[in-house]
Structure formats: structure tokens, C-alpha cells
Ligand binder design. Structure first.
Ligand SMILES: [Ca+2]
Ligand SMILES: [Ca+2]
Ligand SMILES: [Ca+2]
Length: 299
């Protein structure tokens, strides 16, 4: 099986720093590392939020687990890889922060929480453009600031096992498109990140891919964010919840923003696909999921 390897090509600088550097003469690499490790814009979350009670079925009567949730066990070290010319004062940084978690799933509809556990080993990656915009000697982080970011992409560490993928995510508020992302490599200027306050009607539309569908439906799609009551909800392609066209492959969830986060301090919105094979039982080690996650500026 193919294991994903840390990206490390010869043209760049790989930096692995376990703790804060004490040396007063910090290098630019040190400053950039500390900027990213301390920034909410570079963090990637763990999609731990729980979901609404589906009573075991979606709106079309398809069986869903009685309950499921993810629980972080440990995170890998925060790793950055810098490419571009640091001397020129602008560079692209790839941030990797692996995720080790448990996927608790209860498919026995007996009104008792008696889940099985599946292992999650995820590779999370985000790219960030940083620029030196301030005086290196008198501004934080040596004058380095974050200019733009890609979505955080969650994929399986064992990439050969992955069959489900997010393909696009679009967030809108009425006619206003707040985010239209068609690639995990798409940079979003931090000035253009979605800005939301509580009580706004927003809609997330997502397209996905399953490379080897075995079930009907082949997968389930979820939104994580400041959603009603629970921070996680099922997305629909059946004409409900703001979905414009049933069965067109665009999964939708429309909601009034609400501060439902239990685990998180900062708002973010994620699109999350889970293989139906993963959801069909609570005993097989067959966790398969992919997600994109973007920070949201809370007004
Ligand atoms: Ca149960
Ligand atoms: Ca649709
Ligand atoms: Ca299975």
C-alpha cells in the first residue's frame, strides 16, 4: 500500500520544530513557523462536532447510523515546507498536520449508545502565502503576515485506500457568493474569507466524487459549521434544505448561522464526505472520508 510521504523536494527548506525557539536571533524560517503555528488561519481542526438526530434515516428513508462522531486522539507535529525565495519577502508554505482520531459509529438502532470504533489516520494539508509586510525588527513574527490560504484538505494518510473526495464547495448568502472553491489548491485572499454574523441565511453547495461506488447511496455528505443546534448536518440532493435541483449531484444545506460550536472557538465551514461502506457497519476498519475546511471571519 502506498503511504503518503511528507513533501520534501530539493528546492525548498523543510523545517521540523518541536517547540518554540528560544534563540533571540530567529531566522525568517523560525518567524514563519511561529506565525503559522499561532494563527487560527493556518489551523485545520478535527471535524469533531456532532450532528443532529436523524432518527437513523435521512429524508428519503436511507438508513444512517443511530449516532456517529469523531474524537481526536493525537495530532502529528506541525510541519511546514517553504518554497520560493524568503529573501524576496514572499513565499508559499505548505502546512501538514496529521490527525489521529477515532470514528465512533453506532448502527444498532436500540436507543442505546453502543458504538464500535474505527481508526482515523488523516493527512491534513493547507498552503499559505506569507509576505514580509512589516519592519523585521519591530513587528511581530519578523514582519511576516499571512496573505492568502487554501482550504484545509483532509485525506487518508494511506492515500491508496481513499475513494471519496470533495470536488467543489460554494458558500452563498442570497445572491452573494461568499466563496467558490473548485480545487484544494485554490488560494483565497484572507481579505476575501467569508465574513458572517449570527442569524444570517447562508447556503453551502458541494459536489463530490466516489471512485468505486458499491452502495446506494454510495456516500453521505455533511456540513460542519455554525449550524442550527448542532455543528454538523447532513447535506441534501433531494430538493430540500435549499437544494435547487434534486439528483443533480449538488449537495446543499441552507441554514441560519448559529453559534452551535461545542469544541471550537473560531468559526469555520467544512464539507465532509463519508463512504457509505464506512457508515454501513460498526466493526470493519474501513474509515474512508475526505473534507475541505475554510475559516470564517465571525463578525
Ligand atoms: Ca445503538
Ligand atoms: Ca441538488
Ligand atoms: Ca463497511
Amino acid at each position: 500500500m502506498k503511504k503518503r510521504m511528507l513533501i520534501a523536494v530539493s528546492s525548498g527548506v523543510l523545517i521540523l520544530i518541536a517547540s518554540c525557539v528560544q534563540d533571540p536571533q530567529l531566522t525568517d524560517e523560525d518567524h514563519i513557523y511561529q506565525l503559522l503555528v499561532s494563527s487560527d488561519l493556518a489551523k485545520m481542526g478535527a471535524l469533531e462536532g456532532q450532528g443532529e438526530d436523524m432518527d437513523g434515516k435521512d429524508s428519503t428513508g436511507v438508513d444512517l447510523p443511530e449516532i456517529w462522531w469523531r474524537e481526536l486522539t493525537t495530532e502529528g507535529s506541525f510541519q511546514i515546507f517553504i518554497s520560493g525565495d524568503i529573501e524576496a519577502g514572499i513565499c508559499t508554505v505548505t502546512v501538514n498536520h496529521n490527525l489521529y482520531a477515532n470514528f465512533y459509529i453506532d448502527v444498532v438502532h436500540d436507543q442505546v449508545i453502543n458504538p464500535g470504533v474505527k481508526t482515523i489516520e488523516d493527512f491534513r494539508e493547507r498552503r499559505v502565502i506569507v509576505e514580509r509586510t512589516g519592519d523585521p525588527s519591530s513587528t511581530p513574527h519578523g514582519g511576516w503576515t499571512i496573505q492568502s490560504i487554501t482550504p484545509a484538505e483532509f485525506s487518508l494518510l494511506d492515500s491508496g485506500e481513499q475513494e471519496v473526495f470533495i470536488v467543489s464547495m460554494k458558500l452563498s448568502r442570497g445572491e452573494e457568493v461568499l466563496l467558490d472553491c473548485t480545487s484544494p489548491d485554490q488560494f483565497i485572499d484572507i481579505e476575501d474569507l467569508p465574513e458572517l454574523s449570527e442569524g444570517e441565511l447562508v447556503k453551502l453547495e458541494v459536489t463530490v466524487l466516489h471512485t468505486n461506488p458499491q452502495y446506494e447511496p454510495p456516500y453521505f455528505v455533511f456540513v460542519h459549521g455554525p449550524c442550527p443546534t448542532w455543528p454538523r448536518h447532513l447535506m441534501y440532493d433531494d430538493g430540500n434544505f435549499g437544494d435547487e435541483t434534486a439528483g443533480d449531484g449538488i449537495y446543499t444545506y441552507e441554514w441560519y448561522t448559529e453559534d452551535s460550536f461545542i469544541y471550537f472557538h473560531k468559526w469555520r465551514i467544512a464539507a465532509d464526505i463519508i463512504d457509505a461502506d464506512t457508515m454501513a457497519d460498526q466493526i470493519e476498519e474501513d474509515y474512508d472520508s475526505g473534507a475541505w475546511c475554510i475559516p470564517v471571519i465571525e463578525l
